[in-house]
Design a protein around this ligand. Structure first.
Ligand code: ZN
Length: 152
């Protein structure tokens, strides 16, 4: 694990510990190992994909525990959740340092690309300021077709 990744994991652990403390819970060994495991995932993942991966690697936690942990990690600002219209939630590690929008292909459900735009971030920040609204998180999904990729 690189130093940058270690720093990110330390930040995630700190946020999760703080969230748990606020809610009168403890960072147990089970929660720590689930966080480590989730942190090892790349890109976007669903709860079912995590369950499959947990079984494959021999990490023992119930489905209910996993769902609860995912919910807590979203609340703790460690994960963000997005709906790509696939009938389940996609999660990704998001410590708030990299806002991005998702372009979700309606032709190929595996084709979800991330785009960033400083203009868009600035426009949203300005809008929130104007509305007197303090955002905690947001996510933006745009659904459509990539040029030349449309299946007939
Ligand atoms: Zn993403």
């Amino acid at each position: 694990m690189s130093q940058a990744n270690k720093d990110q994991l330390a930040l995630a652990q700190a946020r999760y510990a703080e969230y748990l403390k606020r809610n009168k819970m403890f960072l147990t060994r089970e929660r720590t190992s689930l966080l480590d495991f989730i942190f090892g995932q790349k890109g976007h993942f669903s709860a079912d994909e995590l369950l499959y991966e947990m079984q494959r690697t021999g990490l023992k936690a119930s489905r209910a525990t996993l769902y609860r942990t995912l919910y807590q990690l979203v609340e703790a600002n460690v994960l963000s959740e997005s709906d790509f219209g696939h009938g389940h939630t996609h999660y990704e590690i998001n410590l708030g340092d990299r806002p991005h929008a998702h372009l979700v292909s309606l032709d190929n459900r595996d084709d979800v690309r991330e785009v960033t735009s400083e203009k868009l971030d600035a426009a949203i920040a300005e809008l929130m300021r104007k509305e007197g609204f303090t955002p905690r998180r947001y996510n933006l999904q745009v659904f459509g077709s990539f040029a030349g990729k449309k299946k007939s």
